[in-house]
Design a protein around this ligand. Structure first.
Ligand code: ATP
Length: 325
């Protein structure tokens, strides 16, 4: 179990984290989700022991590891900027964490070699141990980085935008595969992403962050359907703001014959099994002007330039204390 209690961090005058509280249960897969600069990486680095908080504490189970360095926390991590060692073979990269252990903890050369081969098989790269990183694809390199992180048999796996630089298809495959690996190895994993789709698809719980604060912690379902703050409703999933500060999802809108809000249709295209209609609120006062609507594909699409009338089926407004359905 990982407990983060009232953790704060400043960089000079800049407050990067304000009083973060977070409890992660053993075996959970957690996403830290937020825009650039929201403090996700800083929080992950503090949990890893690569960075130290100014105040507050980090516990692993009941042990206070606040002043324990990264080498003694038993965490494996894959950070985008911790690239593979270019001059080492794939097998040597994977074995690195074991081969730099203190002599009394270090397995024999033969045992390290066997472990490295086993891990390469786990990440489905059997037989590629003798290659150099430059002879692999991007997705294969990420899997080597994961195997390297897993070599020390970590209790906790920390991943910072692990699939950031990969194309959409490879990302999707790796995500699914990572989820399986997490379960199979009984890991507690935390990953940083600014991609809400990735967070919603992968995580058991999502921690939504903004400006160094946690806005909401919840299951993907909770943060999507019961967003706690206006920030969450805007950041997680697509949303429209209608006059009166009403937030409504594109698929929670119906087209009505009369009443509702008038919208002039600008664009209509197919999006998955629905029509996506983009339009402008005819009277934009109090709304964000642009409206996106998903309409079941069995309906006829409205003509460009026509005016339709819409009504929210489900919406949310916010008071300073939270969401009001
Ligand atoms: N070593 C540092 N020195 C000064 N400021 C820093 C340092 N590291 C991070 N910051 C600042 O702290 C804030 C939070 O940074 P952090 O990297 O945690 O954000 P993030 O949410 O991970 O963003 P991104 O998605 O862009 O990686 C940013 O404004 C950043 O500029």
């Amino acid at each position: 179990m990982i407990t983060v209690n009232q953790v704060t961090k400043r960089f000079g005058d800049f407050p990067a984290l304000h009083g973060i509280d977070l409890k992660i249960e053993p075996g959970e897969f957690i996403a830290l989700l937020g825009p650039s600069g929201s403090g996700k990486t800083t929080l992950l680095r503090i949990i890893a022991g690569l960075e130290f908080q100014d105040t507050g504490e980090v516990l692993f189970d009941r042990e206070d590891v606040s002043r324990t360095g990264v080498g003694d926390r038993g965490v494996g991590f894959v950070f985008q900027n911790y690239a593979l060692f270019r001059h080492m073979t794939v097998a040597e990269n994977v074995a690195f964490g074991l081969s730099v252990k203190k002599r009394r903890d270090r397995p024999s050369k033969a045992a390290i070699k066997a472990r490295s081969a086993e891990l390469l098989s786990l990440v489905q790269l059997d037989g590629l141990g003798d290659r150099l990183p430059s002879q692999l694809s991007g997705g294969q390199r990420q899997r080597v980085a994961l195997a390297r992180a897993l070599a020390i048999e970590p209790r906790v796996l920390l991943l910072d935008e692990p699939f950031g630089a990969l194309d959409a298809k490879v990302r999707k495959d790796l995500r699914r595969w990572l989820r399986e690996l997490h379960q199979q190895m009984g890991l507690t994993s935390i990953f940083v992403t600014h991609d809400q789709e990735e967070a919603l698809e992968l995580a058991d719980r999502v921690v939504v962050m903004d400006h160094g604060k946690i806005e909401q912690i919840g299951t993907p379902e909770q943060v999507y359907t019961e967003p706690a703050t206006p920030f969450v409703v805007n950041f997680v999933g697509e949303t429209n703001t209608l006059p009166g500060g009403i937030h409504v999802r594109p698929h929670d809108i119906e087209i009505v014959a009369e009443g509702g809000h008038a919208v002039v249709v600008d664009n209509v295209f197919r999006k998955g099994g629905a029509w996506r209609i983009e339009g402008q609120l005819a009277n934009a006062s109090g709304g964000n002007g642009i409206v996106e609507i998903d309409l079941d594909a069995e309906h006829a699409a409205p003509a460009l330039g026509s005016t339709i009338r819409i009504r929210p089926l489900r919406s949310q407004t916010f008071t300073p204390t939270g969401a009001q359905p």
